[in-house]
Design a protein around this ligand. Structure first.
Ligand SMILES: Nc1ncnc2c1ncn2[C@@H]1O[C@H](COP(=O)(O)OP(=O)(O)OP(=O)(O)O)[C@@H](O)[C@H]1O
Length: 868
């Protein structure tokens, strides 16, 4: 045995005691054997070595993918072990050659790799019987045995048929091999493969060379840059290594389209990456995999169809760009890191929208379940998702999370995950994320197609053949359905009539927190959905108008974004109104306002943001060293875009005029003359015009324009009620002051508002705070706001003293400075800014015109960098 280990396989010893023991047991050949060891721990050797020792007899190996089979055969050929396969990718002659060999009294073939589909074929079973009759089968090994379990994350229907061949081979011992599987899956494997009293070899799932953490996209200023940094750090050791030894990384994305986008974005940012998913032509896909394996490039962006059986040792990082669907799946995918035993990192970028999309899709599967089995499967998938979400949003040791799931006993890893390295910091992050979720927890995103959910996810049951088939037909259907709905809404909007309840009742996924509809007495889901549809109609029209008027930038309609935005806006009206009449009135006013904006050629801020992002992705907007995912109406956005910009505040219902705090009153009076406010606000405050001007000069933070203004007020008027000590308190006050832009009946405007009891007020505030949360990127937006406030405040005096030639230059300079600080993720202090402005204005420079401004802009990053 040791000879074969050394001389044939070239290993100095066994990888572990468990590997050795399992191999010994398999060689004995008197029992079925179950081997469960983490990815990369050397499971294959457990059947390969006994196969070599079983001279003259064949070991049959069932493997789920032809690609995987090919890899195995290639690596065995390298060590001169004769392994063959018979599968659909081979020519008739090749298959005949293999069968011919197998018929020989002493076949050369040591291992025969087959797919479960082939095993199910009668003609294969006939040949199998003949081989068994001649006692030519040594072992029957089932690789990736978790595929047999419906509770596994990668169920393959054809694996279920394997047990049918069991009676055809009495006395042949079976081997089931899988990476770590939970107890339930293990038992299911035994049941399905009819294992009786198997010998069990099970390793701990703890991978001591892997560091696990979770990042919350909503907490990050620029998640893409964050990922880029993560990958760059992980691959930093590559510099002095030859190509073949360079470390590499995998970025898993949920959908094929995300895979493509990610590969393009990373490449544009200077980290060459390629895509891998089943939609890519097979040859290109194979070339991408090959080039990644050989170190031509380091990063592969893929759906989960990539990786099974990929034996690349030096994977230094595995990132999941959105939350995986199950913890077992995540364990296996992330386990592709560090197969060489050296340190590697595994990270999930989690977000509310991922959580909600997954939840929505699985709920949908549950709703659509036609029989008890499907219901059970869907329920199980939901349970798995719950566990995965607890992993992402929990604060306990990540490794212990795996251990618990797989029935191991590990308590904590000490320092191999973010939870053990800095529990306090993680708790803060989780709580910031939870805060953001207050408004989105029950939000169910727009219809999504699950055909590409992490390469198929549980729907992977549908997969057949060698590659994960993906349902492009489904995708098309889903898109058509979406388009039909949007078209329907256009028609409805034109007729200005609500659809019959039966039609709208069919799907409330667009209505956020719809289970809370009872909050407003007599308000039905149908009614909410009807308002949502009308809002969506107007938004879609805005987007279409923009597309028509900007053919040069070739933007495309992002239906999903429009659905979500419509839901967001409807939800903000829903949470800020307390009776049916007010809800209906304000929802209608909102819709009218959006429609009016269409006429006036205005476009909602989020739509502009989306188009701008598209342009960034296209590479049209690419500022040196920066890719921004959030709206930055800065330099590269053309004037037309700027002028058609609709303030988010204009979408909020009418502000309460009288009983508000100073800061808010001033803020509301600073609002732009949007169609909505024009129709609602009878008179401006005396300070109105000046303030409007000042507001326009502020840095372009569309969704938070109002909030910025409130903050400016807070900063500049220490006596205002909202001013309080800490930044957090200010933030609360800020929100509260902003809430007051909630709708109220026109009659109330003239009367002072009756003071509510404290608990009522609290409840009102909390529901209103949900309403003000417009984009779910709270921390990032807050940082932007704070930068904008600081920069505006410090730049103002230069405007007043005539050092800035025009309002437009002020605005652009302000944007440019904000931009620089956002680039370095820093909220500047007064001192920082004073230093920057010494550089900008020198002793007595006046930035009077465009050329002057451009000159300053060029040097700006240097001034900002040196201000620290
Ligand atoms: N005893 C050993 N000594 C050194 N290297 C080994 C030993 N056993 C296996 N290996 C190597 O470890 C690597 C991983 O082995 P293998 O592919 O069998 O892992 P696995 O457990 O099947 O992983 P996965 O579940 O991802 O397929 C291979 O490169 C293999 O050659």
């Amino acid at each position: 045995m040791e000879d074969v280990l050394r001389n044939t396989f070239g290993h100095k010893g066994f990888r572990s005691k468990l590997q050795e023991d399992a191999i010994r047991e398999i060689i004995k050949g008197d029992k079925d054997v179950y081997v469960s060891m983490p990815t990369g721990s050397g499971k294959s050797l457990c059947y390969q070595l006994p196969a070599v020792l079983a001279k003259g007899r064949i070991t049959l190996v069932v493997s789920p993918l032809i690609a995987l089979i090919k890899d195995q055969i290639d690596s065995l050929k390298k060590v001169k072990v004769c392994a063959e396969s018979v599968n659909s990718s081979m020519s008739e002659a090749e298959r005949a050659r293999v069968w011919e060999d197998l018929r020989k009294p002493l076949p050369e073939t040591v291992m025969l790799f087959v797919t479960p589909e082939l095993v199910a074929q009668p003609h294969f079973q006939e040949k199998l019987k003949a081989l068994v009759a001649k006692k030519k089968i040594a072992h029957f090994a089932v690789d990736e045995a978790h595929c047999v379990s419906q509770w596994g994350h990668d169920f393959r229907h054809d694996y279920l048929k394997l047990a049918k061949v069991r009676p055809l081979m009495p006395g042949v011992p079976w081997i089931a091999l899988t990476a770590t599987a939970p107890k339930l899956v293990q038992q299911d494997i035994f049941n399905q493969l009819e294992f009786k009293k198997p010998a069990i070899f099970k390793a701990s799932c703890f991978r001591k060379n892997l560091f696990y953490d979770v990042k919350f996209k909503e907490n990050l200023t620029n998640p893409l840059r964050h990922l880029l940094q993560f990958l760059t750090d992980a691959l930093a050791g590559n510099k002095n290594l030859p190509k073949g030894e360079k470390g590499s990384a995998i970025v898993y994305c949920r959908k094929k389209v995300d895979v493509e986008e990610m590969a393009t974005s990373l490449t544009k940012l200077g980290l060459p990456a390629r895509a891998y998913h089943s939609g890519i032509p097979r040859l290109t896909r194979a070339k991408n995999q090959e080039d990644w394996m050989t170190g031509e490039f380091s990063v592969i962006c893929a759906t989960v169809s990539f990786g099974m059986g990929v034996d690349k040792a030096a994977v230094r990082a595995v990132a999941h760009w959105s939350s995986p669907q199950s913890i077992a799946g995540y364990y296996q995918e992330s386990g592709r890191a560090g197969r060489d035993g050296l340190p590697a990192k595994c990270r999930v970028y989690h977000s509310h929208s991922d959580r909600n999309s997954l939840q929505f899709l699985l709920n949908q599967a549950l709703t659509k379940a036609k029989n008890e089995k499907q219901t059970q499967t869907a329920n199980e998938a939901l349970k798995e998702l719950k566990v995965m979400m607890s992993y992402c949003e929990g604060t306990s040791c990540r490794h212990a999370g795996f251990a618990k799931h797989f029935g191991d006993s590990l308590k904590d890893c000490k320092k191999l995950c973010d939870a053990c390295v800095d529990p306090k910091k993680l708790k803060e992050k989780v709580s910031a994320f939870a805060d953001a979720s207050a408004s989105t927890r029950t939000w169910i995103s727009s219809k999504e197609d699950d055909s590409d959910l992490y390469g198929g996810g549980r729907s992977g049951a549908k997969r057949e053949g060698e590659y994960y088939a993906e349902d492009s037909e489904e995708e098309v259907k889903s898109k058509l359905a979406l388009m039909r709905t949007i078209e329907k809404q256009f028609a409805l909007r034109r007729k200005n009539a609500a659809p019959p309840p039966s039609e709208i009742d069919e799907d409330f996924s667009v209505i956020r927190s719809h289970q809370f509809t009872g909050k407003i007495k007599n308000l039905t889901n149908q009614s909410r959905k009807c308002h949502w549809e009308r809002i969506l109609g107007s938004l879609t029209e805005q987007a279409k108008a923009y597309i028509e008027s900007h053919p040069e930038s070739n933007p495309t309609l992002d239906n999903k974004m429009l659905w979500e935005l419509a839901s967001e806006l409807e939800y903000s009206v829903f949470t800020s109104n307390r009776n049916l009449m007010m809800y209906n009135m304000n929802a209608t006013t909102l819709k009218n306002s959006l429609a009016k904006d269409v006429k006036n050629g205005k476009t909602h801020a989020n739509i502009l943001e989306n188009f701008r992002k598209q342009r960034i992705d296209e590479g049209d907007i690419c500022e040196t060293n920066t890719v921004e995912l959030m709206p930055e109406m800065s330099e590269p956005v053309n004037e037309a875009v700027k002028s058609s910009f609709t303030k988010a505040s204009s979408l909020l219902p009418k502000p309460v005029k009288e009983p508000i705090k100073n800061s808010f009153r001033s803020a509301s009076s600073l609002l732009p003359e949007s169609s909505f406010l024009q129709s609602q606000t009878p008179a401006k405050s005396p300070a109105g015009n000046a303030d409007v001007e000042r507001e326009e000069m502020l840095c372009d933070e569309p969704a938070s324009a109002l909030t910025i203004l409130s903050e400016v007020e807070v900063e500049s008027n220490p006596k205002t009620e909202t001013r309080s000590g800490s930044r957090d308190e200010n933030e609360n006050d800020l929100q509260n002051s902003t809430h007051r832009v909630s709708p109220s009946p026109p009659k109330d405007d003239a009367k002072p508002r009756r003071k509510k009891p404290v608990h009522d007020e609290k409840r009102r505030r909390s529901s209103e705070s949900k309403a003000t949360f417009l984009d779910g990127h709270r921390d990032r937006m807050q940082m932007k706001r704070e930068i904008a406030v600081m920069v505006t405040k410090e730049l103002m005096p230069f405007m007043s003293s005539g050092k800035i030639g025009s309002r437009d230059i002020f605005k652009r300079l302000n944007q440019a400075v904000c931009h620089e600080f956002r680039n370095i993720n820093k909220i500047p202090t007064r001192k920082h800014l004073q230093k920057v402005f010494v550089g900008v204005f020198g002793k007595n420079r006046v930035i009077s015109d465009e050329s002057c401004f451009l000159e300053v802009k060029k040097a700006l990053s240097g001034f900002v960098a040196s201000c620290e």
